[in-house]
Design a protein around this ligand. Structure first.
Ligand code: SF4
Length: 485
C-alpha cells in the first residue's frame, strides 16, 4: 500500500476508504493532487493497480468565503476521498451507501451542519453533493438526529448515568468484542466480585452526593449480567436500592442478553429490584447460526424468555439482532427480523457484523457480496421498522463494518433509551462500576475518562485502586472548576 498526497493531507480518511476497497497486501499505489483555485476544488487521483493506472480528475465548485474552518476542512477532505473512491470504483465496483462520510456518528454530521447555519434542505443537499450519501441513508441520519435531539434536551444538567459491568458469560460467542470472561473459567470469582461491587456501589453513592448530582439512568450490562445467580443479582439490586437515590431515575435497564442464562426467578428479582427495561438478545432466529457462533441457546428458548419477561411485567423490552452473521443470507436475516417483530418488542437494535470478526471465523464470502448483502438487510430493516411505526433513535458506525455501514437502535416513539443516546453523544457524565466499563466525566465540551479493570480477578485483587478511581472523579471536577463537596 502506498498513498501519496500533494496539496492537502487527509491521511486518516484516505486510509479508511482505501481499506474499504483494497487489502493491505494488494499491489496498489495511490497518487493524489489537490488544488483550490478560482472557487473550485480540483483533485486528480491516480491509482496504479498491478501495473494498470486508473484516473479521476474531480472538480467541485466551492466558495470558502464566509465558511467556518470546520466546514472547509470537511469539504476539502470529502473532495480527496471522493476522487479516490471514484477511481477505485473503476477497479472494484463497491457500493458505499454512506458515500465518503466519515466518523462514527453520522447524525452528528447532520447536527453540526445545522449548527453551522444550514437549514434542513441545504444540509440534505450538502450531504448528498459533497459526501454522495444515498437518499435512504440521509433519511435515516436526519431522523436519528431529530430523535436524538429531543431526548438529549431532556437530560438534566446535574444528572449522571450509572453503568454496572458484569464481565461474565456462560460461553464466549465467536464474534465477541465485549469485555467478558467465560464463567466456566472465571465463575469461581463471581461471589467475591459481587461482594466487591456492593462496596463500589456504596462508595459511588457517596461520590455522587459530593458531586451534588443525581442519577437519571442505570444500566447493568456486560458480559451477560444474568450469568449471575438470582441471589447474586438480588444483592446488587438491593445495594442499588439501599444506596442510590432512585427518585429521579427515568430508566433502569438490565441487559439479560442470552436466553441460556435467563430464569423466571432472575427476572422477578430484577422487577422487584426496580428494573424497568430489559434486553433479551437472540442475535438471529436461525438455530443453525446460533450454534455456529457459539451461543448455547435456541430461538425457542429466546421466545420462552421473552414470554416470561412479559408475564413478570416488563413493559419495555429490547431485542438485539446482528446483520451479516457468518453464513447468513439476506433471507435468513429478514426471517429473524420478522420473527422478532411478531413479538412486538418496544426496542429493536440491529448491529452490522464487523468484517474483521467475521473474517476471524473464516466464514465470510467476498467483501463485495458481503457489503451488498448487508446493505440489503439494513434497507429491509429500515423499511420494516417504518411499517411498524418504530423510529431510529441512535446510530453509530464501527471500524471494519463491511461497506462502512451502521448499527441502529429503533424504538416505539415513547420508549427511546436516553442512556443509549447519552453514552453515544457524550453529553452526560456516566459513572462506570464493575468490570470493564469506563467512567466518562463530561464538563462542558471536555471529557475525561477513568477505566475500570476488565477481568474479575484483577477487579478483586486491585479493588483498593477501584475505590481510589472513584475519588478521581471529584478531583477531575475540581480541576475543571466545578463545586464539589
Ligand atoms: S453474550 Fe455478548 S458479551 Fe457474552 S460472549 Fe456473547 S457477544 Fe460476548
Amino acid at each position: 500500500m502506498l498513498i501519496i498526497q500533494n496539496g492537502y493531507n487527509c491521511d486518516y480518511e484516505m486510509k479508511l476508504f482505501y481499506g474499504l476497497f483494497f487489502d493491505k497486501d494488494e499491489d496498489i499505489s495511490v497518487y493524489s493532487n489537490f488544488e483550490y483555485k478560482d472557487k473550485k476544488i480540483n483533485v486528480y487521483t491516480e491509482i496504479i493497480c498491478s501495473g494498470t493506472a486508473y484516473f479521476e480528475d474531480y472538480y467541485f465548485p466551492f466558495d470558502t468565503d464566509g465558511k467556518s474552518e470546520r466546514l472547509i476542512k470537511k469539504v476539502f477532505t470529502a473532495a480527496c476521498t471522493k476522487s479516490f473512491c471514484h477511481a477505485a470504483r473503476e477497479i472494484k465496483n463497491i457500493n458505499l451507501p454512506w458515500g465518503v462520510m466519515c466518523g462514527i456518528r453520522p447524525a452528528k454530521n447532520v447536527r453540526s451542519l445545522l449548527e453551522d447555519g444550514f437549514n434542513k434542505e441545504e444540509a440534505y443537499k450538502f450531504l448528498k453533493d459533497v459526501y454522495e450519501v444515498s437518499d435512504e441513508k440521509l433519511e435515516l441520519a436526519f431522523e436519528v438526529a431529530e430523535n436524538e435531539k429531543a431526548v438529549l434536551s431532556g437530560i438534566g444538567k446535574k444528572s449522571v448515568g450509572i453503568y454496572i459491568g458484569i464481565p461474565f458469560c456462560p460461553t464466549r460467542c465467536l464474534y465477541c468484542s465485549f469485555v467478558s470472561t467465560d464463567m466456566r473459567v472465571s465463575g469461581k470469582y463471581m461471589d467475591e466480585f459481587v461482594d466487591k461491587l456492593v462496596l463500589e456501589i456504596e462508595k459511588t453513592a457517596k461520590i455522587i452526593k459530593k458531586m451534588n448530582s443525581y442519577i437519571e439512568s442505570i444500566y447493568i450490562g456486560g458480559g451477560t449480567p444474568t450469568s449471575l445467580s438470582a441471589a447474586q443479582l438480588t444483592k446488587i439490586f438491593d445495594a442499588v436500592k439501599n444506596n442510590f437515590d432512585l427518585s429521579r431515575v427515568k430508566e433502569y435497564t438490565l441487559e439479560a442478553g442470552r436466553a441460556d442464562t435467563i430464569t423466571r426467578e432472575k427476572l422477578e428479582a430484577a422487577k422487584k429490584g426496580g428494573v424497568d427495561r430489559i434486553s433479551i438478545n437472540p442475535q438471529t432466529m436461525n438455530d443453525f447460526t446460533l450454534k455456529k457462533v457459539g451461543r448455547v441457546h435456541t430461538s425457542e428458548m429466546f421466545k420462552d424468555c421473552y414470554k416470561i419477561a412479559r408475564e413478570v411485567g416488563f413493559k419495555v423490552i429490547n431485542t438485539d439482532l446482528i446483520a451479516g452473521l457468518p453464513g447468513e443470507t439476506p433471507e435468513m436475516f429478514k426471517y429473524s427480523l420478522d420473527e422478532v417483530i411478531k413479538l412486538k418488542p418496544e426496542n429493536i437494535t440491529v448491529h452490522s457484523m464487523c468484517v474483521k470478526r467475521a473474517a476471524n471465523l473464516r466464514m465470510t464470502d467476498t467483501r463485495l457480496t458481503e457489503a451488498e448483502q448487508m446493505n440489503e438487510m439494513l434497507s429491509y430493516t429500515q423499511r420494516r421498522m417504518k411499517e411498524e411505526n418504530m423510529v431510529p433513535y441512535y446510530m453509530y458506525r464501527q471500524k471494519n463494518i463491511s461497506g462502512n455501514l451502521e448499527n441502529v437502535g429503533y424504538s416505539k416513539k415513547d420508549c427511546m433509551s436516553a442512556y443509549n443516546i447519552s453514552i453515544m453523544e457524550e453529553k452526560q457524565t456516566i459513572i462506570a462500576l464493575g468490570g470493564g466499563g469506563s467512567t466518562k466525566v463530561v464538563m462542558g465540551g471536555r471529557i475525561e475518562r477513568i477505566f475500570n479493570f476488565k477481568n474479575p480477578d484483577e477487579y478483586i485483587r486491585r479493588f483498593d485502586e477501584i475505590l481510589k478511581k472513584k475519588d478521581e472523579i471529584l478531583e477531575i471536577l475540581k480541576r475543571g472548576g466545578e463545586q464539589v463537596g
